[in-house]
Design a protein around this ligand. Structure first.
Ligand code: NDP
Ligand code: AKG
Length: 482
């Protein structure tokens, strides 16, 4: 059984759960610990005790630890990528790519340790100086989803440690393997006891213990809107007001205009909607296509989708791996039926597939004749299911793109500089992509959305310091006269 890492020790715990390979449900990746409330509280207390010393550690110490973590992840990207793909179901190139990205994130934040800066300003009063500095926040609880088993933990853990915070990390129950491997690397790199704690287990047990603890100053969460709202309700009450960062769902539009390069638009749509099995909060799930190109676009999509290889994540040549588990598969199938019942037409995919090994294989689905008011166009499905919505022109396409409760990523495919520039300025989203998939972001720039997609400061890049630090303004009177 694989243990939790609490207070500087790998601790055996009472409970464990099997980690199943979605490409082959007969393959158990391992049995991973399930922590209790008491064990979670122990991890929180250890982080709380370790915080003062770590917050005063030198930037060189933090840099060296983060760099060692990033370097080891990078050096082992093939092996760790295989583990990730085995437990989550994204293809091997996607798994290896994600691990490489996690390594780069730690290397980036190693550099950020050395780039911490403050400000010195004149005061409005004589002989007074004002200094503005950033300080760590305290113990930060990190709650992560299953769809990016190492990159999302990396982009929360790396800035948390870089800016001097102590961490209690709860990975998603479905993907403990990558989290455990990452924890081993962090420990090996020399993070002092208590500074980093891995507590695997249920959201309803471990997660909730973190939310209600007065020793946890801040929570960074990525996952569903439902859980995000619940977290907000627990963390911001009359009893406690934790600092919060919530990254939740998306219903990301990709606008395709008449003047687009059709081949490019189809590649962007297939990548955004179906790669990583559509299980990305940045996935394009609404393809908003103007009249003049609509039918040609749908036909080209059907043709392109016929060429997609859906198979085991670990098999060479697979383009789309399995859905992560039975419950997500049920959700995908349910939404395909809901769409059809609402009047949408299933023009490609949507059927269950049998492969050499038993797994959750679903042919990516394309629904046409979708209106923006249908449930399939409004609710996050989180699977390889895309909808096509017809628009009469650019203005209507933009209006439809913005008519959603979400606002994470928004894309446009066009050869027109005029429309691309207008879209960049007017898309109501945190990220805008021109002639690119809506998913797949750089690791050194801010990530996050608007409206129902995100709450709190941005993640990633140097903007991450907004969440992982707190600002101090210090005034000094030097005793001299004016
Ligand atoms: N926007 C995004 O990036 C993501 C969106 N989703 C959406 O969420 C749906 C369900 O996926 P799911 O993984 O269940 O998402 P959840 O939001 O339930 O899970 C995300 C994380 O939160 C934890 N969690 C669950 N309940 C609580 C709680 N009460 N208190 C604290 N932490 C909690 C989970 O733990 P545990 O491991 O026990 O579940 C997991 O670590 C998907 O179908 C998709 O629509 C999912 C993943 C990512
Ligand atoms: O698109 C990406 O690169 C990141 C997506 C993501 O963070 C998510 O799906 O949770």
């Amino acid at each position: 059984m694989t243990n939790n890492y609490i207070a500087g020790e790998w601790l055996p715990v009472a409970g464990a759960a099997p980690n199943i390979n979605p490409s082959n449900t007969n393959d158990v990746v391992g049995d991973y610990a399930h922590a209790s409330i008491a064990e979670t509280e122990r991890a929180i207390a250890a982080a709380y005790d370790a915080f003062p010393a770590w917050s005063r550690s030198t930037i060189q110490t933090r840099h060296d630890i983060l760099k060692a973590i990033g370097d080891e992840i990078h050096a082992r990207k093939d092996e760790l990528g295989r583990l990730l793909s085995r437990e989550e179901g994204k293809t091997l190139p996607e798994g290896i790519g994600e691990v490489a990205r996690a390594g780069q994130i730690f290397q980036f934040f190693a550099g950020e340790c050395l780039r911490m800066a403050g400000e010195k300003l004149p005061s409005v009063r004589p002989s007074v100086d004002v200094e503005i500095t950033r300080e760590p926040v305290g113990v930060i609880g990190l709650i992560t989803p299953w769809n990016f088993p190492i990159a999302i933990p990396a982009w929360k853990i790396a800035p948390a440690l870089a800016y001097g915070n102590a961490v209690v990390f709860k990975p998603a129950e479905l993907v403990p393997g990558s989290a455990h491997a990452l924890a081993e690397i962090i420990v090996r790199a020399g993070a002092p006891a208590g500074v980093f704690n891995l507590v695997m287990g249920r959201g309803s047990v471990v997660g909730e213990a973190m939310l209600s603890s007065s020793k946890v100053s801040a929570i960074s969460f990525t996952g569903s809107v439902l859980t995000g709202r619940k977290i907000a309700q627990t963390c911001i009450t009359s009893e406690q007001m934790k600092k919060l960062q919530l990254e939740m769902g998306g219903k990301n539009p990709m606008v395709v205009l008449d003047d687009t390069d059709l081949k490019l638009a189809v590649e962007c749509a297939v990548n955004s909607a179906f790669f990583s099995t559509g299980q990305r909060c940045t996935a394009s799930s609404r393809l908003i296509v103007t009249d003049g190109i609509h039918d040609r676009f749908v036909a080209a999509m059907q043709k392109r989708m016929q060429g997609l290889v859906i198979d085991s994540a670990l098999k060479a040549g697979t383009h789309v791996g399995p859905v992560v588990d039975q419950s997500q598969l049920d959700q995908d199938l349910k939404y395909i039926s809901i769409g059809q019942a609402e009047g949408a037409k299933l023009v490609a995919g949507g059927e269950l597939l049998k492969r050499e090994t038993p797994g959750f294989y679903l042919a990516p689905a394309l629904l046409t004749e979708v209106s923006n008011q249908m449930r399939v166009a409004r609710e996050e499905i989180f699977g390889p299911v895309a909808t096509v919505i017809r628009a009469k022109d650019y203005d209507e396409a933009l209006e439809l793109a913005n008519d959603t409760p979400f606002g994470l990523s928004s894309g446009i495919c066009t050869t027109s500089l005029k429309y691309a520039s207008h879209f960049k300025r007017n898309a109501e989203a945190g990220m805008v992509m021109v002639n690119l998939p809506t998913a797949g972001v750089d690791y050194h720039v801010p990530f996050g959305g608007r409206k129902g997609s995100s709450y709190g400061p941005r993640e990633q890049g140097r903007y991450a310091q907004e969440f992982y630090t707190t600002v101090k303004t210090a005034y000094t009177f030097d005793g001299n006269g004016p």
